[in-house]
Design a protein around this ligand. Structure first.
Ligand code: NDP
Length: 291
């Protein structure tokens, strides 16, 4: 039987509708809408597309967004001054600095400068620490998108073997933390799973991936995961977004759908969920800061 397609696009649309309803009800009650400040430095074409999509999603849900587009030769001082200004602005409930930044700017210094209360990307060390300790302020957007896909499709994780391929700070590492933790009222994304994280030093990647009840490649290598690397009946959540010959594909070969029980498509899987979770964090921040 071919795998079920886990439609992240449709799920993200539902989430956006839920967020839009909450924003509309705030505004109808006389409260200010959530606001997201987006900072883009330079002219990286991929970053421009990501920023455009995020702002469009804000517009669709009634979240205000402001774009601060700075030239590629912007100094670190100028960027830090802008962040200080945004931190102090009561209309701003989320600050997103689109990465990567030009080489003259120290990314870590910039992330550290964002007020953790409005760090909706969850990159600030305080928020990473809170996530690690099991009492998160925000969940990081892409890992949370993956967890939401699992939870909202009633795919259990407790006691099951999850193999994540990739250990980046943005995806693999925080996702592993979330899925291994106990779920609590303050940490509802806790997955109670048995988690393995693979990376380039794995001596036999296929032996690891074949153990997975839930396999999550977050690698950036087109079609790295082939059908023989997937346990029959496994669920595959494909985080990878790769451009091959002008077309997008994931880290899993499309033919894994012949072996797996459920797969996320690329595009239309984890990508739209990442943006939905960004909106959700911005709303949550607004509710926390403004009531
Ligand atoms: P990084 O490049 O930061 O990390 C990639 C990870 O994959 C590293 O840990 C690396 O191992 C590991 N890796 C690379 N090649 C192999 C291999 N052959 N075998 C095993 N492990 C390997 O990438 P990101 O985490 O930022 O992104 C991963 C993918 O997810 C990309 O395609 C990116 O575009 C996509 N992405 C999608 C998002 C979405 O919204 N859907 C959001 C963010 C990212 P090592 O540490 O040893 O180098």
């Amino acid at each position: 039987m071919p795998a079920i397609r886990l439609d992240g696009k449709a799920l993200a649309e539902n989430l956006r509708a839920e967020i839009a309803a909450k924003v509309a009800s705030r505004v109808a009650g006389g409260q200010q809408p959530p606001g997201l400040a987006v900072v883009l430095v330079g002219d990286n074409p991929a970053s421009q597309v990501y920023v455009r999509n995020k702002r469009k999603a804000c517009d669709q849900t009634g979240i205000r967004s402001w774009l601060h587009h700075l030239p590629a030769d912007t100094s670190q001082r100028t960027l830090l001054d802008l962040i200080a200004e945004l931190n102090a602005n009561p209309e701003v409930h989320g600050i997103l600095v689109q990465l990567p930044l030009p080489h003259q700017i120290d990314e870590k210094a910039v992330i550290d400068a964002i007020d953790p209360d409005v760090d909706v990307d969850t990159f600030h060390p305080e928020n990473v620490g809170r996530l690690m300790a099991g009492h998160p302020r925000f969940y990081p957007c892409t890992p949370h998108g993956c967890v939401q896909i699992l939870q909202r499709n009633n795919i259990p994780t407790a006691g099951r073997e999850v193999v994540i391929v990739g250990r980046s700070n943005i995806v693999g590492k925080p996702l592993a933390l979330m899925l291994m933790q106990k779920p609590t009222p303050n940490n509802p994304a806790g997955g109670d799973a048995i988690v393995t994280v693979a990376h380039t030093r794995a001596p036999d990647l296929a032996a690891l991936t074949r153990r997975a009840d839930i396999l999550i490649p977050a690698v950036g290598v087109p079609r790295l995961i082939t059908p023989d690397m997937v346990k029959p009946g496994a669920v595959v959540i494909d985080v990878g977004i790769n451009s091959v010959g002008g077309k997008l594909c994931g880290d899993a070969d499309e033919r894994v759908a012949e072996v797996a029980s459920a797969v996320t498509p690329v595009p239309g899987g984890v990508g739209p969920m990442t943006i939905a979770m960004l909106l959700s964090n911005t709303l949550q921040s607004c509710e926390r800061l403004d009531g």
